[in-house]
Design a protein around this ligand. Structure first.
Ligand code: SF4
Ligand code: SF4
Length: 104
């Protein structure tokens, strides 16, 4: 059975979410919002595959406290145009932020 978000959209259970195939290559490190994209995606993967609590705490410490949370992504799309792994980065960042802050 699927849970539903407050918007009514189906919410994927953690086990059915897929890890993000980011290789931490760093090609996207020019983000105009200065987001630490590989770190955020890595923490999202850690939360999905290992400990959500530990990853959330690290996300808070390394990103939110520095005002570099994934919610600051402007959606400009520059990162996904260069990503060799063809990751839809802004979408995955939105998911990561929601999951790591307990909003999803
Ligand atoms: S889409 Fe978001 S994460 Fe990607 S470069 Fe633009 S602001 Fe940075
Ligand atoms: S360019 Fe793609 S694979 Fe490389 S660090 Fe950024 S999101 Fe990860």
């Amino acid at each position: 059975m699927q849970d539903r978000t407050s918007s009514g959209a189906p919410e994927l259970a953690p086990a059915t979410r897929r890890r993000v195939p980011c290789t931490s290559c760093g090609v996207c490190q020019f983000c105009p919002s200065q987001l630490l994209i590989p770190m955020i995606l890595s923490l999202y993967n850690d939360a999905l595959l290992d400990s959500r609590e530990d990853a959330a705490e690290e996300y808070r410490r390394a990103c939110l406290d520095a005002e570099l949370g994934a919610d600051r992504c402007s959606g400009c799309g520059l990162c996904e145009t260069v990503c060799p792994a063809r990751i839809p980065v802004p979408d995955r960042l939105r998911e990561a932020h929601a999951y790591l802050t307990g909003a999803a």
